[in-house]
Design a protein around this ligand. Structure first.
Ligand code: ADP
Length: 164
């Protein structure tokens, strides 16, 4: 049984993440989308863990992906969580240049922590290359249109957050 663990902050989930989930599902028998409840002091999420899980769950359900996809929060060290869940691979998305250095270091360290779990990268498709949760939040905060970057319900959730 190939179990792919796709970890991230997903604050909020974007069409870029959803594309990686759709494509990654072709490589696995089951996927666990693991949403970090503890992304560290440098990242203070806009949405609560519960909100991020609920939003991701709802958007993934609309895609009719033919394998089981679990969406859950996690607080542990990624490799400990991967072992606990019997993951056979870590799935990550890779955008041009911006992600490489960070992903390179993380993969190297994770490989030392557990050499049996491979990290698999899917390159972002052209049309999603420039999409990041960070800039989506920034654009939404300043009243810009994010409908090309996130599904309708996420756009509305962002709007609500910033008008609260
Ligand atoms: P993290 O805090 O781990 O960076 P993110 O939610 O920002 O969490 O991203 C989770 C994963 O999805 C990372 O591997 C990231 O590179 C990837 N990703 C994010 N946005 C895109 C995108 N537009 N296209 C492809 N992969 C993406």
């Amino acid at each position: 049984m190939k179990i792919a663990l796709y970890p991230g902050t997903f604050d909020p989930i974007t069409v870029g993440h959803l594309d990686i989930i759709k494509r990654g599902a072709k490589l696995a028998d089951k996927m666990i989308v693991a949403i970090s409840g503890n992304p560290g002091p440098a990242k203070k999420p806009l949405f609560t863990l519960e909100e991020r899980v609920t939003m991701a769950r709802a958007e993934i359900d609309k895609l009719n992906i033919p394998i089981e996809i679990e969406v859950t929060g996690f607080d542990d060290l990624l490799m400990h969580y991967a072992e606990k869940r019997d993951a056979t691979m870590i799935l990550r998305g890779l955008r041009a240049l911006s992600d490489f250095d960070y992903e390179f270091q993380m993969t190297g360290m994770n490989h030392h922590l557990n050499p049996n779990i491979e990290t698999v990268f899917l390159m972002s498709q052209d049309q999603y290359q420039f999409i990041s949760s960070r800039f989506v939040k920034e654009i939404a905060r300043l009243g810009g249109d994010v409908s090309k970057f996130v599904p309708e319900d996420i756009k509305n959730a962002l709007h609500q957050k910033f008008t609260e």
